[in-house]
Design a protein around this ligand. Structure first.
Ligand SMILES: Cc1cc2nc3c(=O)[nH]c(=O)nc-3n(C[C@H](O)[C@H](O)[C@H](O)COP(=O)(O)OP(=O)(O)OC[C@H]3O[C@@H](n4cnc5c(N)ncnc54)[C@H](O)[C@@H]3O)c2cc1C
Length: 381
């Protein structure tokens, strides 16, 4: 077993950290307050090559293998504090580019991937509905073939990137009588007739990512924009969830490392009762727990990366990464606030925002309870 990075990967990681620290230092407290998406930051990430990192060169991507991709995203989380921007990038890579790369026709790949990879197009993945969350296969959006077009009707909420998206991967049922075997994917451009992006939804954290409700009212989608065959939606959704759950939180590893370093610095500097607070075991043990969580989360992530590198199916591992990294990230934020005492509670210290951002990770891409259920099922329980 070899855990070492190559010299190129080490240099790449350094370059990404440097880029993020120098170029993505927007006025985040303000952006968060105003719930604003950092378009300029997005463009810079596109120009740097981060938005299409794992996609092959022929479709405009960075052609990074999956381990190098993890390395780059981890570095992004370390160097950039805008978890909302990072979430938007991850949603684009795992839930939009990867499904098109895997299931798209050659024409679809040529049409959409280069622009998605360069950040010129923003993509979204619209599966969840008001009454179909964890029970996603009960979705009610329908698609009916009429001539050379499908007519889609339904409402999708929780569409990450939705209000700024140019392209939505929409899941709809072409044969509701067949249940989940009728679910089909569609590539729905924002200007197709019948597409209404209803509203920007306000949320607790990840406020710099835009979240919207997509309403499809007799929406006309050309047949050539069906993603995969009719009924393949289930396979597309499951495939994209395996990648998304496995890697959407790679950046959180970098974030946790940055928070750990912040806490170590503070624990060594802050004096109470005539000594550095880090000398109190109740404080240092929190830092030890942070380190332990970081390293266990990182090990799970790297193992997931290695499994995909050797092209293995890793459903249970993906669920474990998602569950462990999200729970670890939340606890790390709570510990970081506690170590900073009252100061940790202040907006200006930017730790409370980290906590609000981290909490979302226990919900999106399947809640922690759903990840636990998958892991239990895979063990035959
Ligand atoms: C920030 C954010 C971004 C998102 N982005 C997207 C997106 O881009 N595209 C998209 O399609 N969706 C997106 N979602 C939606 C997300 O996938 C759903 O919120 C999630 O799947 C849970 O569905 P729900 O909110 O309807 O909760 P419910 O399914 O109603 O769950 C409510 C509670 O019941 C629990 N529960 C439900 N079923 C079970 C069970 N079988 N066993 C144990 N517990 C159970 C859940 O864990 C939860 O605690 C996003 C969500 C968030 C918070």
């Amino acid at each position: 077993m070899d855990f070492s990075w190559t010299e190129e990967q080490i240099q790449f990681k350094k370059k990404v950290v440097q880029f993020a620290q120098q170029e993505l230092q927007s006025n985040l407290v303000d952006l968060d307050r105003r719930e604003e998406f950092d378009r300029e930051g997005w463009k810079k990430c596109g120009d740097f090559g981060l938005i299409g990192l794992p996609i092959s060169r022929e479709y405009g991507g960075g052609k990074a293998d999956i381990l190098t991709t993890i390395c780059g995203l981890e570095a992004l989380g370390y160097g950039c504090k805008d978890n909302g921007l990072i979430f938007a990038i991850n949603a684009q890579i795992w839930a939009c580019e990867i499904p098109i790369l895997t299931f798209g026709t050659e024409a679809q790949k040529q049409k959409y991937l280069p622009k998605l990879c360069q950040g010129q197009l923003i993509g979204a993945h619209a599966a969840s509905e008001p009454d179909a969350g964890s029970d996603i296969y009960s979705l009610k959006t329908t698609a009916e073939l009429q001539g050379d077009k499908y007519i889609l009707n339904g409402t999708k909420n929780w569409v990450t990137n939705g209000p700024v998206a140019d392209l939505n991967i929409v899941f709809a049922n072409v044969a509701p009588e067949k249940g989940k075997r009728g679910i089909t994917g569609f590539l729905v451009e924002k200007d197709f007739p019948g597409v209404v992006m209803n509203r920007k939804i306000s949320k607790m954290g990840l406020r710099t990512t835009q979240l919207g409700e997509l309403v499809l009212e007799n929406c006309q989608v050309p047949v050539e924009n069906r993603l995969g065959r009719e009924g393949a939606g289930l396979a597309i959704f499951n495939h994209s969830m395996e990648w998304e759950r496995g890697f959407i939180l790679a950046s959180a590893i970098g974030t946790m490392e940055r928070l750990l370093e912040t806490c170590i610095r503070y624990a060594k500097k802050r004096q109470q009762f005539g000594q550095a607070i880090g000398k109190f075991q109740l404080v240092s043990s929190k830092i030890v727990e942070m380190k332990l969580r970081l390293e266990t989360a990182r090990s799970l992530l790297y193992k997931m990366g290695w499994l995909k590198h050797i092209k293995k199916t890793a459903i249970s591992e993906a669920a474990m990464v998602k569950l462990h990294v999200s729970e670890s990230w939340v606890q790390t934020c709570l510990d970081a606030i506690q170590i900073h005492g009252g100061y940790g509670y202040l907006t200006e210290l930017e730790l409370e925002r980290e906590l609000r951002d981290a909490l979302g990770s226990k919900l999106y891409s399947g809640t922690s309870e759903i990840q636990s259920q998958i892991i239990a099922q895979m063990m035959g329980v």
